[in-house]
Design a protein around this ligand. Structure first.
Ligand SMILES: NC(=O)c1ccc[n+]([C@@H]2O[C@H](COP(=O)([O-])OP(=O)(O)OC[C@H]3O[C@@H](n4cnc5c(N)ncnc54)[C@H](O)[C@@H]3O)[C@@H](O)[C@H]2O)c1
Length: 342
């Protein structure tokens, strides 16, 4: 039986998941919900389902088996908790929240009601990255060097505000921090420095054109950040990220391990080790694998491999980075931030 899916937040990224669901025989789109009615209606018209502006009304009327949450970072909480209370499984886009307190509350609801909760860290499901993880598991990792550079800031008002989007570390570089954990295990402590290195004040007459922007009024997030990480294994790591406008998206890793040098560019991987060279490109469907795996888990086939508590652990790395900045560059232990039991 196809899984009956409701969508909450039908702005940008929801289109990826709606496109996947529309084409997939195991998924049926029963509802599309957005606080902006026109967006809920446009999604329903394009992909199917009934449009709503209130997620509770959608839960009441459609009784979905599962929901796909693509709201901005500040809008998490009740959507997940109410779903869990009703036994509705959920897939949630990263980051799971912008505060540890809220993420801990949702985690309690997930455990109390026993729902499946998968986080949209899609890089973990790319086959070349799985191969890389298996290769690294057999040897000591020394350095996990990650970066996330984007050629401007998404022109969505919430992105420019720390209290709404969480800042680049929480909102986006979280992909690399999560993947670092996937490749090299848990992070123990973080040291951070960040700055707004350029003036984002719009010139007179400037208007956002959609897509990435180079200006935003009263932007209060850093545009350039550097972290030093210490992994529980003893490995060291760094993360560099910036959204200062330049010419290319670029995210990935160098990983130095015993007798191995690994490079990750997006979902693609190459390495050299004592057995020779390896080079693999991800299949084009790789971005959908994290949602497909979730739906299969809801159907009772296999498990959701990116559970909610993994999302919490990755959020904690980002929050530790900003906490270190607040403490003037002192190292912040992850154990200080994580809820009990994680
Ligand atoms: N995995 C990825 O590659 C990827 C890519 C882009 C975005 N994302 C994540 O997806 C999330 C959404 O990003 P986006 O770019 O689609 O944002 P967006 O602003 O384009 O869309 C979010 C939508 O949620 C709606 N919304 C807000 N509060 C709501 C509520 N309470 N109920 C219903 N709808 C509500 C907004 O009206 C908006 O249309 C972010 O957390 C972002 O980090 C992930």
């Amino acid at each position: 039986m196809a899984v009956r899916l409701g969508f909450v937040g039908t702005g940008g990224i929801a289109n990826r998941h709606l496109t996947c669901a529309q084409a997939h025989p195991d998924m049926e789109i029963v509802g599309t919900c957005d606080v902006v009615r026109a967006l809920a209606e446009a999604a329903a018209a394009q992909y199917g389902g009934v449009p709503y502006t209130d997620f509770r009304a959608m839960y009441d009327a459609q009784q979905p088996d599962a929901i796909v949450i693509c709201t901005p970072p500040f809008a998490h909480g009740e959507i997940e908790e109410e779903a869990a209370r009703r036994g509705i499984h959920f897939f949630v886009e990263k980051p799971v929240a912008i505060s540890m307190e809220l993420a801990g509350r949702v985690w309690d609801a997930v455990r109390e009601h026993g729902v499946i909760a998968q986080v949209g860290y899609m890089f973990r499901l790319a086959e070349p990255i799985r191969q890389a993880r298996a290769m690294l598991a057999k040897r000591a990792v020394a350095m996990v060097q990650a970066h996330y550079y984007m050629p401007g800031m998404p022109g969505k008002g919430w992105w420019a505000k720390q209290s709404l989007g969480g800042g680049q570390l929480v909102e986006q570089a979280t992909h690399m921090l999560d993947l670092g954990r996937f490749l090299a295990g848990d992070v123990k402590s973080v040291v951070g420095r960040c700055k707004q290195v350029r003036d984002w004040t719009p010139p007179a007459g400037w208007e956002p054109s959609g897509g990435l922007v180079g200006y935003w009024p009263e932007m209060d997030i850093p545009d350039t950040t550097a972290l030093i990480l210490e992994y529980a294994s003893g490995a060291m790591g760094t993360l560099s990220c910036s959204l200062v406008p330049q010419v290319a998206w670029d995210n990935g890793f160098k990983v130095v391990a015993e007798n191995a040098m690994l490079t990750i560019e997006g979902p693609n991987v190459r390495w050299q080790n004592e057995d020779g060279a390896y080079n693999a490109q991800a299949d084009p469907s790789w971005v959908n694998a994290v949602l497909v795996e979730f739906v299969q888990a809801v159907q009772g086939q296999g498990t959701a491999s990116v559970p909610y508590d993994e999302g919490i652990k990755s959020l904690a790395v980002s929050l530790a980075g900003y906490e270190s900045v607040r403490r003037g560059g002192a190292a912040v232990e992850l154990a200080e931030l994580l809820p009990a039991g994680i």
